[in-house]
Unconditional design. Structure first.
Length: 378
């Protein structure tokens, strides 16, 4: 999974993350609606404040012959308005932790070995005492929004430690500045998995062969009139789309561990629409007016984009991969699921619940998250 760009390529390109500087792609996987200034609420409370101080308080005190009390009433109303804004900010964003996770589990071989990638964004109204905890054998990199407009600004950056990383017996713990309160923090992680099982395709062949030009092998591949899918995975899957070696698509609604379920054949057009919909469902899209630096500045300071477009990498990378600064995993998903809207032969795509150990705060509330399970069937 990490070698889609070929051997010897910088990890900044393969993983799509500059852990020092970051880039503007941070904004396409944020939690919308949190840590935002309450503009309309502020305008509403300000209008109410003006109305109470002017027509209400002044006229009432004037009738009572105590206009001098305005020196007390006006600051009191201002303090109440400020307190109302503060309380609204706490209540609107909540005091708990919210997480948005995009996880990909890639089954690598027939032995059940796999690789796991996940990109996660966290927001907490109040900082959690335990910080963020990732699996001990995972490679975790912070993903920053790219707040620098040129390289000279990086030299004058704050030299203080960003936070504390504690390597425990079973976890990596990120505390301090890695997860402050009321700020969104994003991380990209990779983890190897061993002996997780796989899917087995049980097909009933027909006498009708697939055209040799479309087959993965030189000779014609027999088409299947029916088929079943068996799972040896430890997690339940849903919305499974499989493409056999003859190029036909099959669909299984749900599949639990150890279960064998008959598959339904899909027309190619319907399968293409279904594959594209899986990607569009939680597609990384930047929020309006939330991208920070201008597009010109972001492009000039985006290290992964500069590397992928520079000599000699622009000649050594695959043509479709060159010039794309996203990670190998994200590029594969976009290229196959969105651009081509089809699966390679001999592969499947399924949806599953986000793994518990991928949620760095156990009691976090998941928002608009997704878990793709991808790989070759046996």
């Amino acid at each position: 999974m990490l070698m889609l760009s070929g051997p010897g390529v910088s990890t900044v390109i393969r993983r799509g993350v500059d852990p020092i500087v970051g880039d503007s792609r941070f904004w396409n996987w944020i939690i919308p609606g949190v840590a935002q200034p309450p503009i309309y609420t502020f305008l509403g409370l300000l209008t109410l404040f003006v109305f109470l101080v002017g027509p209400v308080a002044y006229r009432t005190l004037n009738r009572m012959g105590r206009v001098h009390l305005m020196f007390l009433v006006a600051p009191l109303l201002a303090a109440l308005t400020t307190a109302a804004l503060f309380v609204y900010g706490l209540v609107a964003d909540g005091l708990g932790t919210t997480a948005r996770i995009r996880q990909v589990t890639w089954l690598c071989d027939d032995q059940g070995n796999a690789a796991r990638y996940w990109r996660s964004t966290y927001f907490s109204g109040l900082r959690t005492a335990g910080g963020l905890r990732f699996p001990r054998d995972a490679r975790v990199e912070p993903y920053y929004p790219g707040q620098f407009s040129n390289w000279s600004q990086l030299l004058g950056n704050d030299p203080n430690p960003q936070g504390t990383v504690v390597l425990g017996d079973a976890s990596l713990q990120f505390t301090g500045g890695f997860f402050p309160s009321r700020q969104q923090r994003q991380f990209v992680a990779y983890q190897p998995l061993e002996f997780k099982g796989g899917l087995t395709w049980l097909a009933t062949p027909t006498a009708e062969p697939a055209p040799a030009a479309e087959a993965m092998v030189d000779e014609a591949v027999p088409r299947s009139e029916a088929g079943s899918l068996r799972s040896d995975l430890t997690i339940p899957l849903r919305e499974i789309i499989l493409r056999d070696l003859a190029g036909d698509y099959w669909f299984v609604e749900r599949l639990t561990a150890g279960e064998t379920v008959a598959a339904t054949k899909l027309a190619e057009e319907a399968a293409s629409m279904a594959v594209g919909e899986r990607y569009a469902r939680q597609m990384p899209v930047a929020q309006n007016a939330a991208t920070g630096n201008s597009s010109l500045t972001s492009a000039r300071f985006d290290l992964s984009a500069l590397l992928s477009a520079s000599y000699p990498l622009r000649y050594s990378l695959p043509t479709a991969r060159a010039g794309s600064p996203e990670s190998d995993v994200e590029w594969w998903l976009r290229e196959n699921l969105q651009t081509q809207s089809r699966l390679p032969r001999g592969m499947f795509l399924a949806i599953a619940d986000v793994s518990e150990d991928c949620v760095a705060v156990p009691d976090a509330t998941l928002f608009d998250s997704i878990h793709y399970v991808i790989g070759g069937w046996r």
